[in-house]
Write a protein that binds this ligand. Structure first.
Ligand code: NAP
Length: 281
């Protein structure tokens, strides 16, 4: 039976560490603040935004919410981003994705000042991740790495397979594992023999967005399995991994909920602290 990697407990520890540093900063007169922008009323986005605001409270970080109607014009959102870029009370800016179809996500991401881009989505920050000299952590992949590290699983020299190649998860995840000297394979919807490739992984990261996509047959005995998936089935949250069956075979596994999700938010808090400290220029 796999060892369960408890993301909730680890996230609480990270947030407590962030809070200590935030309190020290506040004592010096610097008040970290995170602006959270949500456009429309997507229920999943609302849940994530609320969780981020709650994390800010736990870390003693000010949060400013901007909830805009679904019909917001691209120009109005860009104007708000420009205002937040210029606001000294705002250390970090987060625009919750996805955005409604009339708004070009790429334009909005590029409009956020790189030094306030706590999601690390801006091309400048993506480039920094690529060269391994990053100011902001890519939140979800960095959370995955901390989960792997917390279990004492060695990455250097290991075979790592990432399923998914999105800009937000799969690609930066692969880069982080590569920087830690893993031998990385990235799989996607056109990959042939995916099950065989996945079975070769010492560390398997699933970021597909399909419930129970990873079955026990796709997992090597003793592997570390990190489940990024957040799928809703009958109102219930479930991951990309067939947890019950895979847990019998894997060496380590993250649950959903209580795995990568809380760590993503904890990493966002770390990035907001870094922004407030002026670590990223
Ligand atoms: P995405 O942009 O939809 O990307 C999904 C990736 O999976 C794509 O690269 C796609 O391949 C690949 N894929 C889809 N079907 C496949 C198949 N049959 N075989 C192999 N690969 C396949 O999703 P995302 O933003 O990366 O998110 C992935 C999941 O993680 C979602 O459930 C999302 O909700 C969750 N998520 C969780 C967190 C967290 O904090 N826990 C954060 C972000 C995302 P192609 O590129 O070829 O289409």
């Amino acid at each position: 039976m796999a060892v369960l990697i408890d993301g909730k407990a680890l996230a609480a520890k990270v947030k407590a560490e962030v809070r200590l540093e935030v309190d020290a900063l506040r004592a010096q007169g610097v008040e970290p603040g995170l602006a959270v922008v949500i456009v429309g009323d997507d229920p999943a986005s609302r849940i994530y935004v609320n969780a981020k605001k709650k994390a800010c409270e736990a870390c003693n970080i000010r949060s400013f919410e901007y909830a805009l109607p679904a019909g917001t014009a691209e120009g109005d959102l860009l104007a708000l981003v420009a205002k937040l870029n210029a606001d000294p009370q705002v250390s970090g800016i987060l625009v919750q994705l996805p955005l409604p179809p009339q708004i070009d996500e790429g334009k909005v991401i590029a409009a956020v000042a790189p030094e306030k881009d706590v999601d690390a989505f801006h091309p400048v920050n993506v480039g920094r991740i690529m060269v391994g000299n990053y100011g902001f952590l890519p939140c979800t992949p960095a959370g995955c790495l901390e989960l792997i590290d917390s279990a004492g699983v060695e990455i250097a020299g290991k075979r790592c397979v990432v399923i998914g190649r999105s800009n937000i998860v799969g690609k930066p995840m692969a880069m982080l594992l590569l920087h830690r000297h893993g031998t990385v394979t990235v799989c996607h919807s056109r990959t042939q023999n995916l099950a065989e490739i996945a079975r070769g992984a010492d560390i398997l990261v699933a970021a597909v967005g399909k419930a129970r996509f990873v079955t026990a047959e796709m997992v090597k005995e003793g592997a570390a399995v990190i489940d990024v998936g957040m799928n809703r089935e009958d109102g219930k949250l479930c991951g990309d991994v067939d947890f019950e069956a895979v847990a019998l075979k894997a060496g380590y596994i993250t649950p959903v909920p209580g795995g990568v999700g809380p760590m993503t938010i904890a990493m966002l808090m770390k990035n907001t602290l870094r922004a407030a400290k002026g670590c990223v220029r």
